[in-house]
Design a protein around this ligand. Sequence first.
Ligand code: IMP
Length: 176
Amino acid sequence: MIENRLQLIIPADRIQQRVAEMGAQISSDYPEAEPLLLAGVLKGAWVFLADLARAISRPVTIDFLHTSSYGEGNTSSGEAKLVRDLDTSIEGMHVLLVEDIVDTGVTLDYLMRVLSQRRPRSLAIASFLDKPSRRQRQVDIRYRGFEVPNQFVVGYGLDFAGSYRNLPDLCAIREE
Ligand code: IMP
């Protein structure tokens, strides 16, 4: 049951279908003998990462990092910072940054700059959602689940004030 302030944008079965396609594409793009690390950006990417990892049919390792934006509110203030780093070295590894949504692009622009200095074998982005209308920094998204319009969306890992991450569907929320 979806509450009044939520509007269904992408149903769970369509999400699962798209994530399966992305997993198949990633499985065929990376040589099986070469190590692939899925680096999930907390907190929003945890649901997408869990499903994407199981849709990938080759070995992967998994780690997490956590960023926050400077300032208050749900939108980026223009700068990101790392509040939890990866546990492992990425030197010589293929690294796929797994994110929930690319909005302004500030977070991933920052993470790509930080991680590329650590000499990974390759570094690319898989994002569940892309909201290009608000972009401030150019970000190259190699694997993109869905493009969304300029609405605040929740569910499938994405939150509003900490809630709604467990919704299986993606919904738009009216902010009151
Ligand atoms: P950025 O603006 O691309 O740096 O995105 C920063 C973060 O803002 C994302 O990782 C999300 O956690 C959050 N965010 C941006 N748009 C939305 C949205 O529509 N719903 C929920 N979170 C969002």
